[in-house]
Design a protein around this ligand. Structure first.
Ligand code: BTN
Length: 244
């Protein structure tokens, strides 16, 4: 591993409920250095966003969780972590040969297909305590059941890819980004926006009122999606809008 701390402390598991759960549990009883990662070949209760499950074929993909303790972030700034992680995944996929986009708030897409998902679980008291950053990146899976429009690196490249190599690239990109973020919290604002899926394109959405044609213009400081609906700029929280 060509890094200073991301991926230097590594726990490899054959089977676990969820690498996010394992990391949080582990932290209750042990210490981990920043950048530690838990990787599993198989998750039998992998977690996705909004209470969804994350299903991934055993041994085919990257399912991992990183531990960080970003003391430089206040609770109200936590979306900056999401920007850093999203950009690091886009950079990883780019290094492996493909252009991807960030589908707000937690997905990475290649064209119109999902290739990766992010589940960040923060432990916050008065201050930011720590963060468990779960990443599921489809690497070698070819067949997906019951999932809306997924893809994998191997489907795109038509060849098998070493999952460990993907992890190494990811660790490098996360580490480079983390050091940059530490120096400047807004460092990924522009990169995030320029890679935002459907930015400045008219497309179909559904909010609590109706289905409509809208145009994403950006994301605000708290991580809300900013979108033009019927000529007016509106802000949406995670569960308030659906991409159609
Ligand atoms: C989503 O797209 O809804 C987020 C998916 C996040 C999946 C990863 S896989 C590794 C880590 N452990 C989990 O249980 N979930 C995340």
């Amino acid at each position: 591993m060509n890094t200073l701390f991301f991926g230097q402390f590594i726990i490899r598991l054959d089977r676990v409920d969820s690498t996010n759960n394992y990391t949080s549990e582990y932290l209750r009883q042990n210490v981990m250095p920043e950048g530690a990662v838990v990787v599993a070949k198989q998750q039998f209760a992998g977690k996705g966003q909004r209470g969804n499950s994350w299903i991934s074929e055993t041994g085919k993909n990257l399912t991992c969780s990183f531990y960080v303790k970003p003391k430089f972030i206040s609770p109200s700034e936590q979306f900056q972590l999401n920007k850093w992680v999203s950009c690091a995944i886009v950079q990883t996929i780019e290094e492996l040969g493909f252009d991807s986009k960030i589908k707000w708030p937690n997905d990475i897409y290649v064209h119109d297909q999902k290739i990766a998902g992010i589940l960040i679980e923060n432990s916050i008291g008065n201050q930011f305590n720590h963060s468990v950053i779960g990443i599921g990146l489809n690497v070698n899976q070819q067949v997906f059941e019951d999932l809306k429009n997924p893809t994998s690196l191997a489907k795109l490249s038509r060849e098998e890819i070493d999952v460990n190599r993907v992890l190494e690239v990811l660790c490098t990109k996360l580490e480079q980004g983390y050091l940059i973020l530490k120096n400047k919290l807004s460092a990924f604002d522009d990169q995030y926006l320029s890679n935002l899926y459907r930015k400045e394109e008219w497309a179909s959405y559904k909010d609590s009122i109706n289905e409509f044609q809208g145009m994403i213009t950006g994301v605000d400081q708290t991580g809300k999606l900013v979108l033009v609906k019927e000529g007016i700029e509106k802000k949406y929280d995670f569960k308030e809008i659906e991409f159609l």
